[in-house]
Design a binder for this molecule. Structure first.
Ligand SMILES: [Zn+2]
Length: 179
């Protein structure tokens, strides 16, 4: 099925299900998540505003994986293929709670904090809407602009962590161009 032919009512239903998944996952993992360490904060401080670094919470899972949204069986029945498998991802950010399947490196933390900055600017509803529309347009998780931006900025950080830039400005600029 061509995702672009999905009726608008179905798209908005998917958006609200993704939104529910984000909110309920955040609630689930928040109690076991901790603030950045001083070292992590020092490494990220040149790139992110204090509000992002203050609000972010980290959680490393051991012996368990993040589960996929409960709507997946339904989405599959609707003929949607290529759904991202969250259990296979290195880490996932739910608003300000970053859940990882492995220990944090600075590069991984940077990437996920870009998502925290995106959530902070967009709000959960808009983030979910862009997640779904990006998937529908691009056909895969990798093609979602929220994800592509995070990867591009992560690469920039990885190439030269000694050359600071404002992720907040980058996200704002990206958002202005996308609208
Ligand atoms: Zn990402």
């Amino acid at each position: 099925m061509d995702l672009k032919n999905l009726p608008p009512a179905m798209i908005s239903q998917l958006v609200s299900m993704v939104e529910d998944y984000i909110n309920s996952s955040r609630k689930k993992y928040a109690p076991q998540a901790v603030p950045l360490t001083d070292a992590q904060r020092a490494a990220m401080q040149p790139f992110f505003p204090a509000v992002v670094l203050d609000s972010a919470r980290l959680c490393v899972l051991h012996g368990t994986r993040v589960s996929n949204p409960s709507m997946y069986p339904m989405a599959k029945m609707m003929g949607i293929r290529n759904l991202p498998d969250f259990a296979d991802m290195v880490a996932i950010t739910f608003v300000d709670v970053i859940v990882s399947h492995q220990e944090f490196t600075d590069t991984l933390l940077f990437h996920e904090l870009v998502h925290v900055a995106q959530y902070a600017q967009l709000g959960v509803k808009e983030f979910a809407a862009r997640f779904v529309s990006g998937f529908v347009e691009g056909g895969s998780f990798e093609e979602i602009p929220l994800e592509k931006t995070a990867r591009a900025l992560e690469a920039r950080f990885g190439q030269n962590a000694g050359n600071p830039f404002s992720v907040e400005d980058e996200v704002r600029q990206w958002r202005a161009e996308k609208i």
